[in-house]
Write a protein that binds this ligand. Structure first.
Ligand SMILES: [Zn+2]
Length: 429
């Protein structure tokens, strides 16, 4: 018997059509959340991969919790082999390994999150194969079309493609390590800090902004927050909200073609830690984003709620320091990106006039999308998320550096830029 199978593509198509005049075609056929798939895998796979030559890939952990069961339920019924990836590594080496082992197959079924999902999303895109994924923890990336990979030690987002089917087995995900659940929670609840930054950039620099995906996120954000404690305890019905929120975040980036909606200053800090942290760093992406979004939420709530607008000056680029940190060659590369958001004297003058005239109005707009700091702090705490660098064992100096220089690693204008250009960044370092 089917246990409350929910295909949220159907719900989503209705919502998108209702909210938007554009007819958006989502390239994923099925996004299914179910209490337990036991015995129904064949039907799901046949729907999207009929008569294909399939390789099922898991790692030693995901094989134990789900991969082995899937393979047993599918072998002898369809053309399927399995590969257990002993040492999954997010790198060019990892991508090559997966391309190699899968070269004689037309489809890969991924079993896992993080490295497994992103590597397979990318390698199947390069090799022109299909893929579907069985999730093992809550995460945004299953439904996005980009892959987050570390090439030459640098993490970046690479164009890939989307899965045909994304399958969430609640009985499996509810038993995944708790830190994976709270990391998934942090990486999607940072919606508030990202939206404030993205809107601020739009207001001040007239950059592109699209609020449509946030309408989808709104449907489940409050429910996810209210049920945070139950989510971390593994309550499957509450977990459904978080999974939907993650799914919509991933789809939102795919629909509008950029990750700005959920990746601004808090992600700059996390990326900086990825770039310069040594091998003592054991925090995951979502954990780092949670810690960083606490810092960013505090900055946003304090600076953007000032009675009078801060006074901006021309951007000071600490060129020599940045060259030392990034190396000369990389410095020139990042400069090409960050230079577009630097302001000169004339721009600063005009912005100050604009802020002076419109501050109240800007505050009202920002207030509509910003979560109060105390609520945000409590919210992450209720899902057991890491909130401070020391809780995550992140070196204090590295973290301070990430706040100070993180603004320069991308072209996205954030509160880090605003704060530094009005001499308020030092207070947070
Ligand atoms: Zn993220």
């Amino acid at each position: 018997m089917k246990t409350s199978q929910e295909n949220i593509i159907k719900e989503l198509n209705l919502k998108i059509l209702k909210n938007s005049n554009k007819n958006i075609k989502i390239p994923i056929n099925d996004i299914i959340i179910q209490e337990c798939f036991d015995g129904e895998e064949l039907e799901l796979i046949n729907k999207n991969h009929k008569d294909e030559k399939i390789l099922l890939i898991s790692d030693t952990n995901t094989h134990d919790i789900l991969g082995a069961k899937l393979f047993n339920n599918l072998k002898n019924k369809i053309d399927i082999n399995e590969f257990i990836w002993k040492n999954p590594i997010n790198s060019e080496v990892g991508v090559e390994e997966i391309k190699n082992v899968s070269k004689n197959f037309s489809t890969i079924i991924a079993v896992g999150s993080g490295t497994i999902c992103d590597t397979i999303k990318y390698s199947t895109f390069i090799n022109k194969q299909n893929f579907s994924v069985f999730a093992t923890s809550p995460m945004n990336a299953y439904t996005s079309a980009n892959a987050s990979l570390k090439f030459n030690g640098n993490r970046g987002s690479f164009k890939a493609h989307s899965a045909k089917g994304v399958y969430f087995d609640l009985s499996v995900i509810s038993k995944c390590p708790k830190n994976l659940i709270s990391a998934g929670f942090s990486d999607v609840i940072c919606r508030t800090t990202a939206q404030v930054d993205w809107l601020l950039s739009n207001i001040l620099l007239n950059t592109y902004y699209n609020a449509e995906p946030y309408d989808l996120l709104k449907l489940y954000e409050d429910k996810t927050i209210i049920n945070a404690k139950k989510i971390i305890q593994g309550d499957t019905e509450s977990l459904r909200y978080l999974i939907k929120l993650c799914t919509f975040m991933g789809l939102g980036t795919m629909i509008i073609g950029t990750s700005h909606l959920g990746s601004m200053a808090e992600h700059n800090i996390s990326h900086y830690i990825d770039m310069f942290g040594d091998n003592t760093i054991s925090t995951s992406h979502g954990e780092q984003v949670g810690i960083a979004s606490i810092t960013i939420s505090k900055m946003q709530n304090e600076i953007l709620k000032l009675n009078k607008p801060p006074i901006l000056h021309k951007t000071n680029v600490p060129e020599e320091e940045l060259k030392k940190i990034f190396g000369r060659e990389n410095y020139n590369k990042i400069k090409k990106n960050f230079i577009s958001k630097c302001i000169n004297n004339e721009k600063a003058y005009n912005l100050n006039k604009f802020l002076d005239k419109n501050w109240q109005n800007i505050q009202n707009k920002i207030d509509g999308v910003m979560m109060p700091f105390n609520k945000f702090w409590e919210c992450l705490g209720s899902c057991n998320a890491l909130r401070t660098p020391s809780e995550g064992g992140i070196n204090e100096d590295l973290y301070k550096e990430a706040i100070k220089y993180g603004r320069f690693i991308r072209d996205r204008y954030t509160i880090l830029d605003f704060a530094d250009d009005c001499d308020k960044l030092e207070m947070y370092i």
